[in-house]
Design a protein around this ligand. Structure first.
Ligand code: F6R
Length: 611
């Protein structure tokens, strides 16, 4: 839940390169940030070949201390012009776990001498006992973080061991899921170790990069090595050595080529990434309609030959799984089990070698999901990942990864990846039913319907609705069947970016409790598509209306009980897609009305790499 970026090479604007990298990664954590840089010598590099101590471009500072700049809050227009020229620099955007959001707690952290700096992603579970031992040895701590303990532990071991060995030994003592990058003032290299938290090495020409997310490497290189759990890397300007942390044995470098372009990860003319990503959705659906059919057929064969299929995901991806269960049932007359990633591990005792797990994830780095999937694998289950990020942990962990193909998603609230997953699941359900063409036809209609939702007239309506709802404290969203996950997703979008409490529910549940909360003027959103749920869901909306609720109808036709009507063109079983886009846009405009930042909502981060 943090962004990490590192540069080592001949360029001397290392701190700026790192700051730019951090800006690209800020969606991974944004409560504070920091950059550490080893300043170049203040005298020009010697050209004298006899001067053995000096290699041009190599980091050197007579006092051998690292310059560290840290700040709380978002990076925004921050500058690192006050950091001297550097060819070895490292940075971090934080999502606090241990210790409050303060400048001191921000990363990078330094050892007692100020000559070792470290950034960390993860949770160092046994840091307290190690800190006690280090305190006895005289180490001084200034922060409340677990991370600072790691850098002092390295310092301790580096008294007797070469730096990479010291990092390795310290890392092997760290319990939990962690990724660390350490650097030392007198050596132009990073020592990196990963167990659970993502890290990617990017290969340049005579220079190398490190990042927690490959998208941040795109402006520099597309050639990467994804570090596996238990791997370490020693990264210098012209060499990358990968070793197994446990044994110290060399591991061969596996270079993979990224497929996204740098432009795809930029905001362009949009004011926020979220809006850009919402508007990219018709294109995503059309692309999946064209390219996803063959994959869907193949996956359908796997589903047929499996004994029990499980769809697992977290947050929005879990709601995509619930939608998948309705699509499977309705279209393919098949049962699928749904589970939330964090709960899956407690409910998989009956999995076996014939079970199939379809793991759904945008980032492919969600720890709760990865943990469940790993457990399922120990039971022999086959794992198919429907994942957006090439080379991510889930991508590599699965027996068969399928890329969602939504392109880089940077806003914290997932939009196009969700719609991408739904599109694949529509195709899969129709492929299972032996009606692949029908699936493609419905997706075409869904794309058209989304175009309509994104059109001027519809946006005007949604903006007016957002203006009317912006001061409300609670919003209730109801649906049945496929509109039930649409309700859950709409409520999640509203709460996570506009901070308005929103509750999505199965309309039938209203009278079992939540109806007590509806009073005069309570906003109630009802999804009323042209399917078998229409009548019963309308009854739910009426029950709310009868208690004074202000009814927002999202439907293919108007009704007299609607106080606000948002039309959505029918796309059969794929109508959940445009319905959800209405929810996304409403959440977006509520957030804009309230003057908040939809891309980086408080307390959240894009990639949830801790438990
Ligand atoms: C909500 C949202 C989250 C993610 C969840 C899983 O808008 O984005 O609920 O869906 O954290 O993330 P991924 O899909 O990366 O596994």
């Amino acid at each position: 839940m943090c962004g990490i970026f590192g540069y080592v090479g001949p360029r001397t604007n290392g701190a700026e390169l790192v700051l730019e990298g951090l800006k690209a990664l800020e969606y991974r954590g944004y409560d504070s940030w920091g950059v550490a840089a080893v300043p170049l010598s203040f005298r020009p590099p010697s050209r004298n070949p006899k001067d053995k101590k000096w290699i041009p471009g190599q980091a050197r500072d007579d006092k051998k201390t690292i310059i560290v700049k840290k700040k709380t809050g978002k990076i925004g227009g921050a500058s690192v012009a006050d950091i001297p020229a550097s060819s070895l620099a490292l940075g971090h955007t934080r999502w606090a776990t241990h210790g409050g959001v303060t400048q001191v707690n921000a990363h990078p952290h330094a050892d007692c001498s100020g000559s070792i700096a470290l950034v960390h992603n993860g949770i160092f579970e046994n840091y307290e006992e190690i800190k006690r031992a280090l305190l006895k040895k005289g180490h001084r701590f200034i922060s409340e973080t677990d991370t600072e303990v790691a850098v002092h532990l390295i310092e301790e071991y580096a008294k007797k061991l070469a730096f990479p060995k010291a990092v390795r030994r310290a890392f092997m003592e760290m319990k939990g899921f962690n990724a660390i990058i350490a650097m030392r003032a007198d050596k132009q290299e990073f020592v990196v170790a990963r167990n659970g938290s993502p890290l990617v090495v990017g290969f340049g020409k005579g220079e190398n990069f490190l990042a927690s997310d490959p998208a941040a490497l795109l402006p520099h290189t597309k050639n990467v090595h994804f570090l596996e759990d238990g791997e370490m890397a020693i990264v210098s300007p012209d060499n990358v050595r990968i070793i197994e942390a446990k044994t110290g044995h060399a591991v061969s470098v596996r270079i993979q080529t990224l497929t996204w372009s740098a432009g795809q990860a930029e905001k362009g003319n949009y004011s926020f990434f979220m809006l850009k990503e919402i508007y990219e959705q018709p294109g995503v659906i059309k692309m999946i309609t064209k390219t996803g059919a063959a994959q869907a057929d193949k996956l359908a064969r796997t589903v047929r030959s499996s004994y029990g299929t499980y769809m697992v995901g977290c947050g929005t991806a879990a709601y995509a799984g619930i939608a998948g269960s309705y699509l499977f049932s309705k279209i393919a007359h098949r049962h699928v089990n749904c589970a939330i990633g964090s709960e899956f591990g407690y409910a998989l005792d009956f999995l076996g070698p014939k079970s199939l797990v379809i793991a759904l994830s945008q980032s492919g780095e969600t720890m709760d999901l990865l943990e469940g999937v790993k457990k399922a694998k120990t039971k022999g289950a086959r794992v198919i990942a429907l994942v957006n990020v090439f080379g991510s942990s889930l991508y590599r962990l699965s027996d068969e990864p399928i890329l969602i193909g939504a392109g880089p998603e940077k806003a914290v609230a997932s939009t196009k990846a969700f719609v991408g997953i739904l599109s694949h699941l529509v195709l899969l359900s129709f492929a299972l039913a032996g009606e692949a063409k029908k699936g493609q036809k419905l997706l075409h209609q869904a794309a058209k319907s989304v175009d309509d939702v994104l059109g001027e007239a519809s946006v005007k309506r949604l903006k007016a609705l957002a203006a009317a709802l912006k001061d409300t404290d609670h919003i209730y969203v109801i649906g049945r069947g496929l509109s039930y996950p649409a309700s859950l997703e709409t409520a999640l979008k509203i709460k996570e970016i506009s901070y308005i409490h929103a509750e999505g529910m199965a309309a039938g549940e209203l009278k079992h409790g939540p109806l007590a909360l509806v009073t005069q003027g309570t906003p109630c959103i009802a999804f009323l598509p042209n399917d078998e749920t229409y009548g019963a869901n309308l009854a739910g909306a009426m029950e709310m209306g009868a208690r004074g609720g202000m009814i927002v109808g999202i439907s293919y036709k108007p009704h007299e009980i609607f106080d606000h009507f948002i039309p959505v063109l029918d796309a059969g079983e794929a109508t959940i897609i445009p319905n959800v886009v209405v929810g996304q846009l409403l959440a977006y405009y509520l957030t804009i009305e309230k003057g908040l930042d939809p891309d980086m909502p408080r307390n959240l981060a894009k990639s949830v790499t801790v438990k």
